[in-house]
Each structure stands twice: as structure tokens, then as C-alpha cells.
Design a protein around this ligand. Structure first.
Ligand SMILES: [Zn+2]
Length: 451
């Protein structure tokens, strides 16, 4: 078992997509040998995937696992299985929706305890920055979080407070000292509250009502504020789930100034369109919202010119009742889309139509998130010295999305019934199969990633 060779005509490496042989020693890639290869002799276990592509295991830097405390929403076991089925081998858990929120070392320890023995893929935690957390930032960093997350607007749930500009001014020197990134939910309450007030008598069965309640301006103002703070405090700023393409020109300018900035968007902003969301179809509710076609195309352009670095799922599940599917009310339904098992085919369906390749997918969904999380010397690439995290992917196969393919706790999805392109045939974590042909061989053996 310790020496293995993975062969394919389409191995996706940072150099290109080419026939190659991946030599794996134990848990690690020893060497990637390019060219058509005959299987090596001498004690290697051979896996010949022929024409299927081999991608690096995907990294999802934005997942709400919700355990401990809201395990009935999701959990380590179900989220990491769903991830394995979707081609992910590493998840970074968001500090909220679990109880306690991951804002103290004690809460981080409770999370580690809850995760023990349950994880199918490797994982790590983001810490939370809330209104009174300046005393916890450096201790959380020392205890092993990969960075921090904050909200500039109420996060839709109690137990995690938003931060004001004043809170940030007190907190940012601590964040800067850790050298870790601050991930920001960039919507300001002012424009959202004003818009919502104007819609007091509107019909919230219409998606258009919800869309109007979360205007582009809320994201734009938040991003402007964060860019200005980034110039003053010199911390690593990461904008999570960018929805409005109107922010791209200012983000491009900030980047050209050399600000330590990175930007993420999500599969749903790149695939769903506001014009197509039916009345009452609250499965498509998330915040910031899915916007119109023109905006979607501009986000793709942002990926193309690298104004956007990476694509993360923002997998944010809830019990089905909280989606209020019967009443179809966009005001009261939970905002969040679950997509761990389906993100790769959703992305590939759209990306392949626009002429992108699997190298782009690997950059956006493996290498980019690994860099944000600081694990990019071991995760996110098929290269010597990296963990042997591999996804065997048939990029030509098409399938119809059904609940059986969603392995998270509550198989809800706005993508059900869609025909998508690209099938995950197998996923390997550190050299061993996690998922193959719809099944999960073996035991959960994911580990927490430690810096
Ligand atoms: Zn989120």
C-alpha cells in the first residue's frame, strides 16, 4: 500500500494538462512524471484512469459545518462526506452557526472535540472576530486557527455579533500582528435597512423584492470601507462571496496598488440568475443575493482577469423547515445554499461553456483557497512533496442532479433536476480512496490541519 502510481492522459498540474504518472509514497506525492507512461515495476500499486482527468483535491475555504451546537443543521460527518463526494479533500469551517461560535480558544477546543473521529476529509477552523473579541485574536492564532472572519451586517443568526468600523479599528492591529487573513462578509447594514424599509408593503414571494432589499450599494460601501482600513492597518484582507460585479474596478485598482487583498465568489453567483428564480423559490436565497445575467457575466470576467482569486461554496445548510418552502417567503426563509457535493460540476458546466479549462478550475477551487488558508505548500496542487489528494473526474459525462447525489444532512439544493457536466468518479485523501463510484470505502480519517 505504501507505493502507488496514478496514471491518466489528463493530469492537471500547474504546468498544464498532460499525460503523466503520479508516484505516491505513503501519503505524499513523490514525483510527477510527464508523458505517456507504462506502469512502473517494483512494488507499485497501479491505478490507471486512462482518459479521466486527475485534478488536485479541491479546497473549500468557506463552509458552515455547524457542529457543535447545530448538528441537526449539518455536522462534521455529513459535511465531510458530501465534500468527498464532490471532489473536496480539505474544508475550512466558518466560526458561526455552530454553538459556541469559534471566537475563543475554549470554543475552538470544543470544535476539535466535536470533530474527533468524524471527518472524511482534512479540515481546519477560521476564528471569529466579533464586537468584543480583541483579547482573543492572538490567542486564537496561537491555538491554530488559519485566520478570522467578521460580519459588517447582522449575520442572520444570534450568537455572532457584527462589527462596526470602530470595532475594527480596535481589532485590526491585533489581526495584523498575527499575519493571518481577515475574511469579511462585505455588506453594510445602512443600505440594506433603508431598502428593506422601502419594501415594507412589497410582496416577499417575489425574488425581485429580496434582490431589491440587498442592493449592490451595500456591498460597494462595505468594500470601500474595508479597502480604506486595509491601507491604514496593513492586514491581509479577503472579501468572501463577492456578488456584485460593480466592485470589480475598485478591487482591481486596490490590487494594482499592492494591497494584500484577495477575493472570492461562489458557484451560485456564477450559475444562477435572478431573472430565472421563480416566485417562492427560496432554495436560491443567499446573502449577498444572486444577481442578474449581466452581473454574472462580469463576475466571470473577474475570474478571467484574476480580479477574483478563488471560488468557495459558502455551503450554508439549515433544516428544511427553515427554508419556508411552503409559504415561499424570501423575507423569513434562511439565507444559505448548500453545494458541497455539486459545486465542481456546477462550475465546470459554466466554465467549459466559456472556454476555461480544468487548469482554471484547479486554480480557483484548489490552489487559490489553499493559498488563502496558508496550506498551499501541502494542499491544492499535484506536485512533488504535496499531499496525495486527488480527484478523478470525467469532464465529458453529463448527469441529472438528484437528491441521492447530495450527501450532506438535508439534501436540499436549487440545482436539483438540472443537467450538469462533469462527474466525480473517485476522491483520494493522502493516497487512500475516500469516495469511489458513489460509495465511501474505508473509515473517516480526515485530520485537522495545523500550521
Ligand atoms: Zn458563509
Amino acid at each position: 500500500m505504501s507505493l502507488q502510481a496514478f496514471i491518466s492522459r489528463r493530469v492537471v498540474t500547474p504546468r498544464g494538462i498532460e499525460p503523466a504518472l503520479i508516484l505516491v509514497d505513503g501519503e505524499t506525492i513523490r514525483e510527477v512524471v510527464p508523458g505517456e507512461q507504462s506502469p512502473p515495476s517494483g512494488g507499485f500499486e497501479i491505478h490507471n484512469f486512462r482518459n479521466a482527468a486527475i485534478l488536485p483535491g479541491l479546497v473549500d475555504s468557506h463552509v458552515h459545518i455547524n457542529e457543535p451546537g447545530r448538528t441537526e443543521w449539518e455536522g462534521f460527518s455529513t459535511a465531510t462526506r458530501a465534500a468527498a463526494a464532490g471532489g473536496y479533500t480539505f474544508l475550512v469551517d466558518m466560526p458561526l452557526n455552530c454553538l459556541p461560535a469559534t471566537t475563543t480558544v475554549a470554543a475552538l477546543e470544543a470544535k476539535r472535540e466535536a470533530a474527533r473521529g468524524k471527518c472524511w476529509v482534512d479540515w481546519a477552523a477560521w476564528g471569529g472576530v466579533v464586537s468584543d473579541s480583541r483579547g482573543d485574536i492572538e490567542t486564537l492564532a496561537a491555538a491554530g486557527v488559519l485566520g478570522f472572519k467578521c460580519f459588517l451586517i447582522h449575520p442572520g443568526i444570534d450568537g455572532f455579533t457584527m462589527v462596526t468600523e470602530e470595532d475594527l479599528r480596535a481589532t485590526l492591529p491585533h489581526v495584523a500582528r498575527t499575519g493571518l487573513p481577515l475574511l469579511v462578509h462585505a455588506e453594510l447594514a445602512g443600505p440594506v435597512d433603508a431598502a428593506t424599509e422601502r419594501l415594507a408593503n412589497a410582496d416577499w414571494k417575489y425574488y425581485a423584492t429580496y434582490l431589491q432589499s440587498r442592493p449592490d450599494e451595500a456591498e460597494l460601501q462595505a468594500i470601500r470601507m474595508m479597502l480604506s482600513l486595509c491601507r491604514q492597518y496593513d492586514f491581509r484582507l479577503h472579501i468572501v462571496h463577492l456578488s456584485t460585479a460593480q466592485a470589480l474596478p475598485e478591487l482591481r485598482t486596490a490590487r494594482s496598488e499592492g494591497l494584500p487583498l484577495s477575493v472570492e465568489t461562489c458557484p451560485h453567483y456564477l450559475h444562477l440568475l435572478a431573472e430565472n428564480i421563480a416566485d417562492g423559490a427560496t432554495l436560491s436565497k443567499c446573502a449577498p443575493p444572486v444577481r442578474r445575467r449581466e452581473n454574472c457575466e462580469a463576475l466571470w470576467q473577474g475570474l478571467k482577469d484574476a480580479a477574483i482569486d478563488l471560488v468557495a461554496t459558502d455551503h450554508s445548510p439549515c433544516p428544511p423547515a427553515m427554508k419556508r418552502l411552503e409559504e415561499g417567503n424570501f423575507k423569513t426563509a434562511w439565507g444559505g445554499i448548500s453545494s458541497l457535493s455539486v459545486a465542481l460540476p456546477v462550475m465546470w458546466t459554466e466554465a467549459s461553456l466559456r472556454g476555461f479549462t480544468l487548469m482554471d478550475i484547479a486554480r480557483w477551487m484548489a490552489e487559490g483557497p489553499a493559498r488563502l488558508a496558508g496550506c498551499n505548500r501541502r494542499k491544492g496542487r499535484i506536485a512533488a512533496g504535496f499531499d496525495a489528494d486527488l480527484v478523478v473526474f470525467d469532464p465529458e459525462a453529463e448527469f441529472t442532479m438528484t437528491q441521492e447525489r447530495l450527501h450532506y444532512r438535508h439534501p436540499l439544493s436549487p440545482y436539483l433536476g438540472e443537467t450538469l457536466r462533469g462527474v466525480v468518479e473517485a476522491t483520494y485523501l493522502r493516497g487512500r480512496p475516500l469516495f469511489a463510484e458513489g460509495k465511501f470505502p474505508g473509515e473517516p480519517r480526515g485530520r485537522e490541519w495545523r500550521r
